[in-house]
Design a protein around this ligand. Structure first.
Ligand SMILES: O=C1O[C@H](COP(=O)(O)O)[C@@H](O)[C@H](O)[C@H]1O
Length: 234
């Protein structure tokens, strides 16, 4: 059964971005008031960049905020494909204000080499997360749960007991490291941010019952552990 607590449709992306920035800010404020810190997982890719820019303009207790990524391409920070670099650039005021960013790219030439170091780093993130923000590709991947990828099973099960898994997507996409499904679900809430008619069609397909491997975004949609809220604009 999909665990969709709400589907929020907006007139356009700027309206969505304004509302979601306010929601994330309110989550941070409430978390800091409740337990002294706020711990967030942020998606990479292109869709969330303007959300982060908008959030960065809000006056928040950034020195009490911990940020990490849902997944990362195995590239250095100076590579345009780096999700961490996008977060650091778009949330520059937050970083300057003391937000802690825990990046997933660590040592070694492959994600498998870096798993132990990245896992140790992630252990410094306070949990449960207050919010996990995810995106989705038109191929139905979320985080780096790519259909057909080597390493997908471990990413979905976390059977090795690590918070992260190495994934090698098919088709020349760079190797990735991703938070596992159990790690992504160690949160108070999941928000899935998607835009455009094609992603809405893919989402509607993934909401139907079926194997996670065929439409990996099902990993967060079809579970009863954590409420999921989908934010969509054309
Ligand atoms: O590669 C990735 O893709 C998805 C979706 O990205 P988008 O560019 O279509 O917004 C993203 O959620 C994920 O974090 C990223 O690594």
């Amino acid at each position: 059964m999909p665990n969709i607590n709400e589907f929020k449709a907006f007139a356009d992306k700027p309206v969505l971005v304004a509302a979601l920035a306010d929601h994330v800010a309110a989550t941070i404020v409430a978390a800091v008031a409740d337990h002294g810190w706020a711990s967030l997982v942020l998606s990479g890719g292109s869709t969330p960049a303007d959300l982060f820019v908008r959030l960065d303009r809000i006056d928040l207790p950034w020195d009490k905020v911990y940020l990490t990524l849902s997944d990362e391409r195995w590239v250095d920070l100076d590579d345009p494909a780096s999700n961490e670099a996008m977060v650091r650039r778009t949330l520059a005021t937050a970083v300057a204000g003391g937000a802690t960013v825990v990046g997933l790219k660590s040592v070694g030439t492959t994600p498998a080499d870096g798993l132990p170091r990245t896992s140790s780093r992630l252990a410094t993130m306070p949990r449960p997360y207050d919010l996990v923000l995810l995106g989705m590709g038109e191929d139905s991947h979320t985080a780096s749960f790519f259909p057909g990828a080597a390493g997908l099973e471990e990413a979905l099960t976390g059977s090795l007991g690590l918070a992260v898994a190495a994934v090698a997507p098919v088709g020349g996409v760079p190797a990735r490291i991703t938070l596992t499904r159990p790690e992504l679900l160690r949160t108070q809430q999941v928000i899935l941010l998607i835009t455009g008619p094609r992603k809405k069609e893919v989402l509607e397909m993934a909401l139907q019952p079926g194997p996670m491997e065929a439409a990996p975004v099902r990993a967060v949609l079809h579970q009863e552990q954590v409420p999921v809220s989908i934010w969509w604009a054309p």
